[in-house]
Design a protein around this ligand. Sequence first.
Ligand code: PLP
Length: 378
Amino acid sequence: MNDPVYLDYNATAPLKPAVIALMTDLLAQPGNASSAHGFGREARKNVENAREKIAALAGVENGQVVFNSGATEGNNTILKAFQGQRVLVAATEHPSVLEAAPDADLIPVASDGTIDMAAYETLLKTGPSPALVSIMFVNNETGVIQPIGKLAKLAKKYGALFHCDAVQAAGRVAIDMTRLHIDYLTLSAHKIGGPQGAGALIAGNCENGTCLDIPKFLHGGGQERRNRAGTENVPAIAGFGMAVELAMKDMDAFQKLAALRDKLESEIATIAPEAVFFGQGAERVANTSSFALPGVPTKTQLINLDLAGIAVSGGSACSSGSAKGSHVLAAMGAPEEYVTSALRVSLGWGTKPADIDRFIEVWSGMYNRVKDKVKKHA
Ligand code: PLP
């Protein structure tokens, strides 16, 4: 019996052992970070310690970091604050941006997944001035990296603020909010070896000595300097801080995953000349591969792989197995038969060469079983 193989880090990375140890310890301790007694002060210390680490990741002051329940909350907080004003969002954004801003104008992407610069500038300069632009740093399905500094600078030229969902960028590429002209940044702990249900929204733009305010989404308490009501989840926030610290330290090791990812892609291309890869022509993070096997629905592939203990996704975790397929690949102009037959394989801190070998062995067996259904390139 083979061990299961987890290759779905972009959905949720396994908790790092040091994070588990810290959180286990803190779960056993009472203490509300707003309480004035010793237990409360200890809880506060843990929260502020984590804040310092997250601020360091984004290159900002501690006071600019507001903890929340994760990136869905962070994205909703920003997008809903701009309701009624003109907003531009990339067509490949996560649903927590797209569905929080249903009236936004969609910025198209090129076939490699990067923003179509000419169309972006046309949208910026045509019609009422946009108040906000929201573009993710790294795409969760394809791993494609956007030129965020350039995109944000252009937004500023036309008077818009710039929000960046950097969930899949943390620990993978450098994020310096000031250098990149980012006004609001969304982060989530569970993509980098921290716990689910913890994240941060960060305000930048302190060029003239005053920083932007974080819009208020939850009301009813003075926590997070009155920016986000609700008792802070101390163990989760502390785990987030430790995950960020470790991810920053391990950033060079993360880049080495590219060799495993490239091996996986080249072996698949050899086994199945019909396979189609997405985003290969663009700059990508080291851990993500997105490819389709036209003619074989995503769901069929996922079931075959799952039966053999291989965990991957179809597109994002949210769209896994959905018959409609990935909106990201559709926005990149992929035909429907690619969109509905795509898989996302995402590697991470615990991935070993043997995991990729096992994936290839199982995927190759599946390919041989479904070969007669596979279609040639469209
Ligand atoms: N944004 C991106 C790019 C993501 O990959 C995810 C996770 O699926 C989210 C937002 C939502 O994050 P969370 O699970 O923290 O709400």
